[in-house]
Design a protein around this ligand. Structure first.
Ligand code: HEC
Ligand code: HEC
Length: 467
């Protein structure tokens, strides 16, 4: 453990966690047995301080990355101090500082004492709420593809060898729209190279169905018995280790770090949603709650202190949202997981894995106001648009990091089409457009809100702010 980390420990260094720990003992008796605040704190530290895979790039490369930016950005950056440039780089790639320390390190990367930067879980699972970094909030601004391309360009100039991420990005696209990633396919690609006990095997490279997903928030995880949008895998600490399946990490690695991932599971389970602090019309919200309970809770559950969560899987034809993710994770891929160490196969506590789920599971809606964009592929920018299926924008992009408090979600502009594939266009700007015509990015489906009148939709929208 380094000095900074020791310095942080005496105070309650992770406010969300402390609040969560209080909630656990006071309100939510059901979680109290499973969640240990000390283990949760260790889990958070583990994720932010331990590089489990070799670095993606180093500090020097990151400090110079502005030299790979398009004009006029590069000339602007050239005039600034290194600290100001760093700030611009964080902004450009969707990185933030950590809420609980002043190390200047990003939440989304582990930075080792020798200056190596390794992506951690918060790259996708650590975003902002009201402009403040929140671990566990989905990172809807992460620009992984652009960050990888631009750091790679600097490495080429520096004569620094490419990283695994650079090479991986050649075979598997990392993400075509900012804030979404091809994460599920990375997992499959890595697992493909292993047998069930995680030993290395030689297989011909396969082609996968690349598609981008929007990471879910971690603050509703405590309610879920299973993981992922189709709920195919039972919840467990081992399943969380898939991202580390790189060649350097042999089967021993998994047994060695297993305890740490129990802490990570405790940490994720300890999180709770942030609170909406803008104006709420409470009588309208109360009306919305009745409507929600009558029309939505059969799938999404209820949100009182005696909450319920049905974990309901809705067949793909009924939900009608983009179907790519469901089959992109193949039956063969799921079988492999089912028979692997990750699912405790052959052990007394073997998990149940669904080989062929028929649809998507309705997620809990805790803190849903803070987790835009919506649907598993992130195709719908606001809750208002989710409630108005016919009026969802076809091509849109975020134009501000401020929450749109009227429609509740991302502040966007809608455009007719993505500006023509002009090579001059800044990659970060180009990838800020969400084009729902593209593969895996459809915004249709989930037409259940159409049961409601316009006035009723307004009431439900008000209620969703309070979850
Ligand atoms: C590159 C982006 C990315 C990174 C890095 C990442 N995840 Fe995820 N994570 C996702 C996406 C996307 C999903 C949704 C997958 C799905 O539903 O099929 C997800 C889903 C999950 C879920 C399931 C949540 C639920 O309620 O179903 C958990 C838990 C999780 N990730 C934990 C982790 C942990 C722990 C790490 C680090 C070891 C990590 N993730 C790193 C993108 C990422
Ligand atoms: C028959 C089950 C069902 C009903 C009824 C239902 N939903 Fe859903 N809902 C789902 C499923 C499944 C998803 C996930 C779809 C996806 O991501 O492709 C979802 C997704 C959502 C999301 C997006 C969550 C996110 O984080 O992306 C919101 C918000 C939502 N529903 C609100 C509502 C509201 C409000 C109602 C009532 C008017 C409602 N739902 C009725 C099944 C249902």
């Amino acid at each position: 453990m380094n000095g900074e980390c020791k310095k942080m420990l005496p105070r309650c260094s992770f406010p969300m966690l402390c609040i969560a720990a209080m909630l656990i003992t006071t309100q939510d008796g059901r979680s109290a047995d499973h969640t240990d605040a000390a283990a949760a704190e260790r889990g958070y530290r583990f994720l932010t301080e331990n590089a489990l895979i070799p670095p993606d790039f180093n500090q020097t490369t990151f400090e110079e990355v502005w030299q790979a930016w398009p004009e006029p950005l590069r000339s602007q950056a050239a005039k600034l101090s290194p600290a100001e440039r760093r700030k611009m780089s964080y902004e450009r790639y969707g990185l933030t500082l950590r809420a609980d320390d002043n190390s200047g390190k990003p939440l989304q990367y582990v930075v080792t004492p020798d200056g190596g930067w390794t992506m951690n879980c918060f790259a996708c699972h650590g975003g902002t709420v009201y402009g403040t970094p929140v671990a566990g909030a989905p990172n809807n601004r992460f620009a992984l593809q652009t960050l990888t391309e631009e750091t790679f360009a600097i490495k080429m100039r520096q004569g620094t060898p490419p990283s695994r991420m650079d090479l991986g990005a050649i075979a598997i696209p990392l993400g075509t729209t900012n804030g979404t990633t091809n994460a599920v396919v990375f997992g499959m690609g890595l697992m493909d190279q292993r047998d069930e006990q995680l030993n290395w095997i030689l297989v011909a490279p396969k082609s996968f169905t690349n598609h981008d997903m929007d990471a879910p928030p971690w603050w509703y995880f405590y309610k879920r018995p299973s993981m992922y949008i189709d709920g195919f895998a039972e919840k467990g600490h081992r399943g969380l280790m898939q991202f580390t399946l790189i060649p350097e990490n042999g089967p021993d690695f998994y047994r060695r770090y297993e305890e740490n991932f129990r802490d990570v599971l405790s940490y994720i389970t300890s999180l709770r949603a942030p609170k909406y602090t803008d104006v709420v019309d409470h009588s309208l919200a109360e009306n919305g709650k009745q409507l929600f309970n009558a029309n939505c809770s059969e799938c999404h559950g209820t949100y009182e202190s005696d909450w319920s969560y049905p974990n309901r899987r809705v067949p793909i034809d009924e939900i009608g949202t983009d179907p790519v993710r469901l089959t992109a994770l193949t039956v063969a891929g799921r079988k492999k997981y089912a028979n692997s160490w990750f699912a405790h196969a052959g052990e007394h506590d073997a998990q149940e894995t669904l080989i062929d789920p028929v649809g998507y599971v309705a997620p809990p809606l805790d803190g849903v106001w803070a987790s835009a964009p919506y649907l598993h592929n992130g195709s719908v920018p606001t809750l208002w648009h989710l409630l108005h299926p016919e009026q969802r924008p076809q091509v849109w992009r975020p134009v501000s990091s401020q929450l749109d408090t009227e429609k509740v979600g991302l502040t966007i502009e809608e455009v007719r089409e993505v500006p023509d594939g002009d090579a001059e266009l800044d990659a970060v700007v180009r990838r800020s457009y969400f084009d729902t015509q593209r593969f895996g990015k459809s915004n249709v489906g989930h037409n259940f809100p159409n049961r409601l009148s316009e006035a009723e939709k307004s009431a439900v929208l008000e209620y969703l702010k309070t979850l």
